[in-house]
Design a protein around this ligand. Structure first.
Ligand code: NI
Ligand code: MN
Length: 229
């Protein structure tokens, strides 16, 4: 498969036949590598309701008539906006045409923040996706948690996409610790430069990963860059 960074926490995971998009925030994303109207995909995986993750999911799902895969409460919100959804919840997995998806814990919040209403959209999640025997752990927005060790024990993780921005999620030090728990072959940092408050040096993080974990590679993907996994 191919992993392509689309900016901030938005990534496309593709086989020859299918594409899924994680957290499609493109409109208003200062790093967006494409506009929401350019997206072609078979499903959208949305980790939580914050605007920098739910983003353009509903518009894209409606335009392409593809499902939004999300935690139940967030999925019900999307369904109310007319989108096709497949609701799941943490610890549960399901098989799709493109592969297998299991929802994982994330330590974070999840809500739609409106002008005069905050609508709770359930717990946030991460995704463990297996596409053509390649397993990708997309952590979502999360702090470090000890059960990452369990995720590492239960899955042979080829790629871990981890937030390093600090402030709202793990910073580089905790993300480095997470690498030790998850033991992925490749680490791709995310969520570190769209806002000043989460600004981090991703290349420095990648160097530290290689120093600390000799058997693990780290790759910084600039928006629009892709890598074979
Ligand atoms: Ni968030
Ligand atoms: Mn976020």
């Amino acid at each position: 498969p191919t992993l392509k960074a689309l900016g901030h926490a938005c990534f496309a995971l593709s086989s020859e036949t299918h594409t899924v998009i994680f957290d499609p925030w493109l409109s208003g994303n200062p790093e967006a590598a494409m506009g929401p109207d350019d997206v072609q995909a078979d499903a959208l995986l949305v980790s939580h309701g914050h605007s920098d993750h739910l983003g353009d999911a509903i518009a894209i799902a409606l335009r392409l008539d593809i499902p939004i895969i999300a935690p139940y409460e967030l999925a019900m919100y999307c369904a109310r906006q007319g989108a096709t959804v497949h609701a799941m919840h943490i610890g549960g997995g399901a098989t799709y045409d493109f592969g297998y998806v299991k929802l994982t814990t994330a330590l974070h919040g999840s809500a739609i923040i409106g002008d005069d209403l905050i609508e709770y959209t359930g717990p946030p999640c991460g995704f463990m996706v297996t596409m053509q025997e390649t397993t990708v752990y997309y952590a979502g927005d999360t702090g470090l948690f000890g059960d990452m060790e369990l995720l590492g024990d239960l899955n042979r993780i080829d790629v871990a996409i981890l937030p390093i921005g600090d402030n709202f999620t793990m910073g580089p030090d905790d993300a480095l610790y997470a690498v030790g728990l998850l033991e992925p072959e490749l680490v791709v940092p995310m969520h570190y430069s769209a806002f000043d408050v989460i600004s981090q040096d991703a290349h420095e993080f990648a160097r530290r990963v290689k120093q600390v974990k000799a058997d693990c590679t780290a790759r910084v993907l600039k928006p629009g860059e892709e890598t074979q996994i």
